[in-house]
Design a protein around this ligand. Structure first.
Ligand SMILES: Nc1ncnc2c1ncn2[C@@H]1O[C@H](COP(=O)(O)OP(=O)(O)O)[C@@H](O)[C@H]1O
Ligand SMILES: [Mg+2]
Length: 308
């Protein structure tokens, strides 16, 4: 009782003093929340083994060095790539979140490199089979990661509906390829699917050419892909940069450490740094974060439904 009276007195006092009302306090809070929204970056390829996990983890480190709070989420099907690359064996993973046994906060693991990871699970494929309610619950669970500055999602290669959902909801969708013809063809394949599935969503695709001999080779691969995407899909793809084919990468992978840590001055590290600086310079709009992702996913499923 006394509490109630105390609260009332407090409210009356505030009104008199002209201190901010509950309403303006809550709108100030929502402004703060807006600022808390994480930038979501997906890393995808058409073909496996082209460097998604290396790029995800090392980009995370480069962002951390810029003072950002970064989370890497392993959304690759079955292959617990990110942990292996960092020599970690997390006890819980996304499977436990999907099964509602753990919250995402409970499975988040800090690494010794100043980034956190969300471990993947083979059960991840179940997202595609989730009912509407479970799916929404899962995405709201992901929303709790929004207080990070950057969330990098290492997806599986190729197309599955959950990969597409993540890509469609991302602020930056990075497609990575190597100069190999098969990798280029498969990368183009996934760009085409993204373009046809999600033409209602105005998202920017960004291309990285990995394992290039040099800037000229990478640029010619990128130009070809960007021209074809523009011409045949009417889709704008930006060239984000390239990474040298560099033996330091393999050495680091064998040591189960990021190459940015093992050899911060190697060619691959410098390239990743440039890529991250380019992303960082390109500021994103207001609709960042998993909350926005939820809205976008909802919108896209409505869109699909109205198409049928
Ligand atoms: N820039 C690079 N230079 C040399 N080797 C690389 C480079 N990027 C990737 N690799 C090699 O390719 C392998 C696969 O990379 P990974 O990041 O695991 O690919 P993905 O996640 O796409 O399957 C690495 O273990 C490494 O041996
Ligand atoms: Mg991988």
């Amino acid at each position: 009782m006394e509490d109630q009276a105390e609260k009332l007195r407090e409210i009356m006092k505030r009104k008199k003093d002209g201190t901010p009302s509950a309403k303006s306090v809550s709108s100030a809070k929502s402004n703060v929340k807006q600022a808390e929204k994480a930038r979501i970056i997906t890393v995808t390829s058409g073909k496996g083994g082209v460097g998604k996990t290396n790029l995800s983890v090392n980009m995370a480190l480069a962002f951390a060095r810029l003072g950002k709070k970064v989370i890497v989420m392993d959304a690759d099907l079955g292959l617990a790539n990110v942990n292996v690359m960092l020599n970690m064996i997390p006890k819980y993973n996304l499977y436990h979140v999907i099964k509602k046994q753990k919250t995402i906060r409970e499975i988040l693991v800090e690494t010794e490199y100043g980034i956190s990871i969300v471990a993947g699970a083979s059960g991840f494929s179940q997202i595609a089979n989730m009912g509407e309610e479970d799916r929404k619950d899962f995405i709201s669970e992901l929303d709790t990661l929004s207080n990070a500055d950057i969330v990098i999602i290492d997806t599986s290669a190729g197309v599955s509906s959950n990969v597409l959902d993540f890509i469609a909801a991302a602020d930056d969708a990075v497609i990575i390829t190597t100069p190999e013809p098969t990798a280029i063809t498969d990368a183009y394949g996934i760009i085409k699917i993204i373009a046809t599935e999600y033409d209602s969503l105005n998202m920017g695709l960004k291309l990285v050419v990995n394992r290039a001999k040099g800037a000229a080779q990478a640029k010619s691969v990128a130009d070809r892909m960007i021209n074809i995407a523009g011409q045949f899909l009417n889709l704008k793809v930006d060239y984000l940069g390239f990474i040298y084919d560099d033996a330091s990468v393999q050495h680091a992978v064998l040591r189960q450490k990021p190459f940015m840590v093992v050899d911060p001055k190697c060619k691959a590290s410098i390239c990743v740094q440039h890529i991250v600086e380019r992303i960082d310079r390109n500021k994103i709009g207001e609709s960042a974060g998993f909350g926005a992702m939820l809205k976008r996913l909802f919108r896209s499923s409505q869109y699909e439904a109205s198409e049928v």
